[in-house]
Design a protein around this ligand. Sequence first.
Ligand SMILES: CC(C)(COP(=O)(O)OP(=O)(O)OC[C@H]1O[C@@H](n2cnc3c(N)ncnc32)[C@H](O)[C@@H]1OP(=O)(O)O)[C@@H](O)C(=O)NCCC(=O)NCCS
Length: 239
Amino acid sequence: MDDDSAAGEVIVWRVAIPGSLPARAASWLHAAEIERARRYHREEDALRFTSVRAAARRILAERLRITPQQVVFNESPTGKPFVAATLGPPTEFNVAHSGGLGLLAVSTLGPVGVDLESIDHARPHLEAVEPYLGNEERRAIAILPPAARSRFLIESWVMREAMVKAIGVGLGGVDLRALQRPKGSGLGTVRIPAPHPFDHPQGWWLRWLEAGPEYIAAVVTAGCPKAIQVRDFVWDTIA
Ligand SMILES: CC(C)(COP(=O)(O)OP(=O)(O)OC[C@H]1O[C@@H](n2cnc3c(N)ncnc32)[C@H](O)[C@@H]1OP(=O)(O)O)[C@@H](O)C(=O)NCCC(=O)NCCS
């Protein structure tokens, strides 16, 4: 795994959730993380958390030039995890998990938020998204064929979650109706307006991600990245 993220670059790691966590990866987890995993009611939720956290430890350790066990995760007052980077380059990250996949976005630019939804998991909950659409989104969805509506709604939700996670406030911390889907967001990186007081001097920028046919995913960064790379985390290399 090379550590070549230059200033202005964002790397999004795709983490396939393994059938079970490799022993070496499990050995990187701290007691509090193991305890948290125990509290999940469903084993699959625990595995999603431990797998993505272990992968994050590995990837961030390489960046920070420390061991995976030495990575210290803190949380902002609103619950956004961050790493204490006393040495090494400024590094911000964010994770998402859904179904059999996790995403870890690492940025040298500043705050970053990533979201991922399994289309199958999201489909039954789409009615809950409709009330949060803005006027332009309502006009756009009204003329879509029924088959395209689900995808539009999931995208609208993923865009909002990625934005909320970049800002760091959580879903309850911002008026979701005020987060408008930018026009032309199928093409490259587009600026996304944020409601006051959440704007950023360099702006917030949205990019849809290739996460596979069963998923919809997006990353939001503070400042326009020079490049966004998507890479696969390879469990075999740590076995
Ligand atoms: C953060 C949130 C958007 C995550 O959405 P989700 O669909 O449940 O889960 P995702 O897989 O997309 O993301 C989970 C990850 O988001 C990250 N996260 C948690 N809180 C976050 C925040 N405030 N900002 C950014 N990222 C956050 C965590 O890394 C978490 O993964 P982990 O628990 O494995 O470390 C949602 O759970 C939320 O809003 N939580 C906060 C609730 C809230 O508003 N509380 C009030 C606090 S003031």
